[in-house]
Design a binder for this molecule. Structure first.
Ligand code: 5GP
Ligand code: ZN
Length: 285
């Protein structure tokens, strides 16, 4: 799954109207206009060739429109399909059951695809015009495996990756503390372990002013889930340890977590301030 391949050989084009007729023929026990066993369907309706050309444009159509007919054709021996976009659950299961494969073509490559067609002729349902069934001989036709017999799904995987990019990587790209953790913005790091990083505040408000930050991007204290609460306990341990190494443990120090706008939080990545080295004034707020 995800494998890029170059196809050579014979494929038959069929869009919705042709699918409907093929399935109707099967249901009424009629012979199909071509032997579908072991064959490949390309979900396309090629446009007629201009003089001197083999074929007009021959890009794929959205495969979803074929979904309701596909399990029936797979049962009749169809083994491969080429199209555009994700398939239904029923189709994916039928692909596994009948050991077939669904390929997607490379988007926006209509000219490239047409260039990979060596011979083209209408073989059935000519009255359907653009939706007639063509027999195409292709050579080095580029495609990507989207669904295979192992149940792999390029689209599900793509969605997961996109979600990760957006939520993890995407946010990390913007978050100043994530960038400090990644070493993309320099800071005076005083401590780090597998869960946390501590560095000096760029605008210190006391002789010792450290920020203790979880490596995991958690926006605010309010976003700490039950499962993540041990991170906060760990931050307290790190603060106590740093207070000792900073020499402020004896005289006393303050740890502060600002949460949200009215809490005075400016950087939306959970952090604990460790302040000390002078008499701190003011009670809460
Ligand atoms: P908050 O107001 O969100 O509780 O605290 C954010 C703290 O991060 C502020 O004290 C601010 O000075 C500090 N800070 C903001 N940007 C940077 C930076 O790029 N490097 C370091 N070391 N501290 C920063
Ligand atoms: Zn972050």
């Amino acid at each position: 799954m995800g494998t890029e391949i170059l196809l050579s050989g014979v494929v038959y084009t069929a869009r919705d109207a042709a699918h409907q007729r093929l399935v109707h023929a099967l249901d009424s026990g009629k012979k199909l206009p071509f032997d579908i066993a072991g064959q490949t369907l390309y979900y396309a309706g090629p446009s007629p060739a201009r003089p001197g050309r083999i074929i007009g444009s021959a890009g794929p159509t959205t495969s979803q429109r074929m979904d309701s007919y596909t399990p029936r054709l797979l049962a009749a021996g169809l083994r491969a399909m080429i199209g555009k976009g994700a398939r239904s659950q029923e189709v994916k299961e039928a692909i596994k059951r009948y050991k077939a494969v669904y390929l997607v073509t490379i988007g926006g490559a209509g000219a490239l695809l047409a260039g990979a067609i060596r011979r083209a002729e209408v073989i059935a349902y000519e009255d359907l015009g653009a939706e007639a069934v063509w027999r195409l001989e292709i050579e080095s036709f580029p495609a990507i495996v989207a669904n295979d017999i192992y149940g792999g799904d390029l689209f599900e995987q793509g969605k997961r990756k996109y979600r990760l990019d957006r939520n993890e990587g995407g946010r990390q790209m913007e978050c100043v503390f994530c960038q400090i953790i990644a070493g993309k913005i320099s800071s005076e790091t005083v401590y780090q372990d597998e869960k946390t990083v501590a560095f000096r505040d760029i605008h210190p408000r006391a002789p010792t002013h450290l920020l203790i930050v979880p490596r995991k991007h958690i926006p605010t204290l309010a976003h700490v889930s039950e499962a993540d609460s041990s991170i906060v306990a760990h931050m307290v341990n790190v603060a106590n340890q740093l207070a000792r190494s900073e020499g402020i443990a004896e005289k006393g120090y303050r740890v502060v977590i600002n949460c949200g706008q009215e809490g005075g939080q400016l950087v939306p990545h959970l952090h604990m301030h460790l302040l000390g080295g002078r008499q701190l004034t003011g009670l809460l707020g």
